[in-house]
Design a protein around this ligand. Structure first.
Ligand SMILES: Cc1ncc(COP(=O)(O)O)c(C=O)c1O
Length: 353
C-alpha cells in the first residue's frame, strides 16, 4: 500500500517495518534448531528478556496471542475460569482461544479503564465449593489496548496480585506494550513486571521487530510452556533470524518510546478541541482512542450510524490511515516508522475531513 501512495499509517504500531540494522542482524544471525534448544541467537534473546524483566526464564513465541494462550494453558486446567476485564485482548481478539484450546471460561469484569481493582478481583474468585468452577488465573493488561493505551499504576497491580495470591490464584500480565507502560510510569520495566507469575510482551509492536513475543516466568513454568508451545504448533527451527532483530529491539528501541507518547499527546491535544471528537482520557502512551459524534457529519449523516467507519474512510482520502474500533470509536497509534511531520499532517488531515 505504501508503495502506491505514501499514507501515514496510524492503524497500529504493528505496521512498523524493521530498521536497516535489524535487517542486517537477520542476515548475519547465528542459527541452530530451536526445537532442540540449539539456536544461540534465540537463547540469547530469551536470556536477555528474562533478565530485563526480572524473571528466571523466557520463551520466544511467534505472536503475542500465542504467548498469552500458552500462559493460560500452563497456569490452568480445563474447566477453570480466567478472571479478565471486558475489554481485554485475551477476550476480544484471541479467537475464543481460551475456550477452544484450553477449555477455559472467562469471568468478565466491567471496569472504567480496563483495570480491575483488588476488591473486584477478590469478588470474582470463586469460593472453594464443590458445585462451582475453580478460578485458575487472573489476567491483567498493561498498557491497555482498547483502553486507549491506558496505564495501570504499579501499586494497583500489587493490590490485585496480593488479592489473587492470597486465594492461591496466579496472575498473568498481557504486557504486549509493557515497555510503553514503563516509559509512561517513568519506572524500570522490572517494576511493572514484578509480582506477576508470568508476563508476555511483544517485540513486533512499538519496538519495531518484524516478528515475535516473549513469555517470561519461572524456570519450571517456562519448561512447561515450551511443551505447550510445541503442542500449539509454535515450535520453530532456525528462528535466530527472527530473534536477532528482537535483540536490536530490546537494545535500541525501548528508550525512544517516549517520543511516540509525545506525538500521541500532541495529536490528541489538537483533536480534542474539535467539535464532535471526545476522549475518554488523554493518551499516556502511544495509543489514542476517541469517539466521533454526529456533529461531524452535518450534510451526509451515515445511515448505518457508523460514524467511525465514515470518519476513517474520509481520513484515508486525506492520506491518513486510522482504525474504526466500532461504530463510534476511532484508534490511532503512533510509532517510530512515521514521517517527522506526522503530528502536523494528521491534524491538518482531520481538519480537512
Ligand atoms: C494488548 C495486546 N495483547 C496481545 C496482542 C497480540 O499480539 P499478536 O498480534 O502478536 O498476536 C496484542 C496485539 O495487538 C495486543 O494489543
Amino acid at each position: 500500500m505504501r508503495s502506491e501512495i505514501s499514507f501515514i499509517d496510524l492503524r497500529s504500531d504493528t505496521v512498523t517495518r524493521p530498521t536497516p540494522e535489524m535487517r542486517r542482524a537477520m542476515a548475519e544471525a547465528e542459527v541452530g534448531d530451536d526445537v532442540y534448544g540449539e539456536d544461540p541467537t534465540v537463547n540469547r534473546l530469551q536470556e536477555t528478556a528474562a533478565d530485563m524483566l526480572g524473571f528466571e526464564a523466557a520463551l520466544f513465541v511467534p505472536t503475542g496471542s500465542m504467548g498469552n494462550q500458552v500462559a493460560l494453558a500452563v497456569h490452568t486446567r480445563p474447566g477453570e475460569e480466567v478472571v479478565c476485564d471486558a475489554d481485554s485482548h485475551i477476550l476480544h481478539y484471541e479467537m475464543a482461544a481460551m475456550a477452544a484450546l484450553s477449555g477455559l471460561l472467562p469471568r468478565v469484569l466491567r471496569t472504567a479503564d480496563g483495570f480491575p481493582d483488588a476488591q473486584q478481583v477478590t469478588d470474582a474468585i470463586q469460593p472453594d465449593i464443590g458445585y462451582l468452577a475453580r478460578t485458575g488465573l487472573v489476567s491483567l493488561e498493561n498498557s491497555h489496548n482498547r483502553g486507549g493505551g491506558a496505564v495501570m499504576e504499579v501499586e494497583k497491580q500489587r493490590e490485585v496480585q496480593k488479592a489473587a495470591h492470597s486465594k492461591g490464584v496466579p496472575v498473568h500480565l498481557d504486557g504486549a506494550r509493557i515497555f510503553n507502560a514503563a516509559a509512561a510510569l517513568g519506572v524500570d520495566v522490572r517494576e511493572v513486571a514484578k509480582g506477576f507469575d508470568s508476563v508476555m510482551f511483544c517485540l513486533s509492536k512499538g519496538l519495531g521487530a518484524p516478528v515475535g513475543s516473549l513469555l517470561c516466568g519461572s524456570t519450571d513454568f517456562i519448561k512447561e510452556a515450551r511443551r505447550v508451545r510445541k503442542r500449539f504448533g509454535g515450535g520453530m527451527r532456525q528462528a535466530g533470524v527472527l530473534a536477532a532483530p528482537g535483540l536490536i529491539a530490546l537494545e535500541r528501541m525501548t528508550g525512544r518510546l517516549i517520543e511516540d507518547h509525545d506525538r500521541a499527546r500532541r495529536i490528541a491535544g489538537a483533536l480534542v478541541r474539535l467539535p464532535g471528537i471526545q476522549f475518554a482520557s488523554m493518551p499516556r502512551t502511544n495509543i489514542l482512542v476517541f469517539t466521533v459524534g454526529p456533529e461531524w457529519f452535518e450534510d451526509e449523516m451515515p445511515e448505518d450510524g457508523n460514524f467511525a467507519g465514515r470518519f476513517v474512510a474520509h481520513l484515508k482520502e486525506n492520506g491518513i490511515l486510522a482504525l474504526a474500533l466500532d461504530k463510534n470509536k476511532v484508534r490511532m497509534v503512533t510509532h517510530y516508522d512515521l514521517p517527522e511531520d506526522v503530528v502536523e499532517r494528521t491534524i491538518m488531515a482531520v481538519s480537512r475531513v
